[in-house]
Every structure is written in C-alpha cells, then in structure tokens.
Design a protein around this ligand. Sequence first.
Ligand code: ADP
Ligand code: ADP
Length: 232
Amino acid sequence: TALIELKQITKRYDQPKQANVSILEDINLQIKEGELVSILGPSGSGKSTLLRIIAGLVPPSQGSVLYNGQEITGTNPGVGMVFQSFALFPWLTVLENVKLGLENKPLREADKMRKALAVIDMVGLDGFEGAYPKELSGGMRQRVGIGRALVMEPDILLMDEPFSALDVLTAENLKRDLLELWTERQIPTKCIIMVTHSIEEAVYMSDRAIVLSRDPARVISDIPIALPHWRD
Ligand code: ADP
Ligand code: ADP
C-alpha cells in the first residue's frame, strides 16, 4: 500500500489576468515506503507547488493527500523540507539554525540541544556549531539546511532542487553522504521526494522519476529506475 497518495490534485492560483488557469491538473500518484522519487518538469510547471501541497503548506484547489490511507490534505504530515537557496537565517549560528527545526516540538531545551548536536555531527558539520552561514561554503550551508530538516526526524523528506546551487563536486559529496544516511537507516525517513531539473541527477539518485508537463502540469511519465547505483 502507498505511504503517500495524491488523488486528483488540481491547483489554481488566483491570478488577476488569467483567472482559473490550472497549474496542476488531476495529479494522481502513489509513493511507497522506501522510495526515493524525483519530480522533473519544465520550470514553472508546478513542481514546487506540488511539494508544498504534500507538505501541507499550500492547499490544493481540489483533490486530496492521503498519508497511510488517512486524509491529511492541508496539514503537516511530519515532513522536513530542504530548499534550493538553503533558507538559513544569517544572524543565527549553525546550531541555532538546526535547532529551529525543533521549534514547535514539545521538547526540553537540553533535548533539543542534544538532538541538534547529533544531527550536526551526522551531516558532517562537527566543529562548526558556532559558525554563521556566511562563514560556510555552499555545500556546508546546504548541510545545515538538510540538518534542520533531519532534526525533526521526518517521515517524509521533501527537497526542492537541493543541489542545483552547488558546484558538481560539492553536490556529489552531499548526495553520497545523504544516500549513505538513508541506506544505513541512520535517519528514520520513510521516503524522499526530490524536485530536480537534472535527468542525470534523477537517474543517479532515485528509484522513480515522475515527469510533469506544463500549462497545465499533468503526470506525463512515471518511470521506474531499475537500480539506482547506490541500491545493492
Ligand atoms: P516549478 O517549481 O515547476 O518551477 P512552481 O510550482 O514554482 O513551478 O510554479 C508553477 C506556476 O505557478 C508558475 O507559473 C508560478 O508563477 C505560479 N505560482 C507559484 N506560486 C504562486 C503563488 N503563490 N501565486 C500565484 N502564482 C503562483
Ligand atoms: P564544500 O566543499 O562546499 O564544503 P562538501 O559537502 O564537499 O562541501 O564538504 C565536505 C566536507 O568537508 C564537509 O563535511 C565539511 O565538514 C568539510 N569542509 C568543507 N569545507 C570546509 C572548510 N572550509 N573547513 C573545514 N572543513 C570543511
């Protein structure tokens, strides 16, 4: 059975000039536990919107999102989100940025600290707890972004072009490290959904590539990738 199911998701933004233009139209998808899924499509097609709908940050105009068979449309099902531009707070340290992921959790300060420090170590930033984002390289900044998502111990990790602001070598290192955490089950995350504009990245990393069309976005292909290199 599906971990996440999207049923007939349609999204229209109220745009003054083009009233009632659908961004997403009749998106039906099932994502299973253990899957790493890539979402591809032309820019402006609606990939970010789709991720935000899964995250409960944007309500769909029609349709529903199910998690373990239960309707969760418009609520946060326990997701961590990673952004292309890292979305760090420049006036907060690495430790404080990571701890932000725990802001709404009913945890004692000492437990938040312990969890944040463990995650910082896990993403390879041991020793940089007190550094500010501007003191870090791009790869290290995205490690903070990933740490802030992982500290929540999310069931679902959503990543919106997480590697596209990084140079090739830095991106490769980060992919390798993230996939290692995932395959070694050091993170409790049950599925990863990643938006990318790189077919190569989708083939390299994911079990499945979902391709959206534009104006409106429909699922035009859903391609299983038999053996991403890191699965054995
Ligand atoms: P992608 O991630 O594939 O580039 P987006 O989901 O960001 O696509 O955007 C899809 C379309 O929806 C674009 O035409 C964009 O301008 C529009 N859009 C995105 N967010 C909003 C919003 N909050 N209000 C109005 N239009 C939006
Ligand atoms: P980047 O090269 O952009 O830092 P990587 O993801 O390739 O990104 O970093 C690999 C590892 O190297 C990281 O885990 C980080 O701890 C370490 N590292 C990167 N830059 C520095 C630096 N300036 N000083 C110390 N360690 C660093």
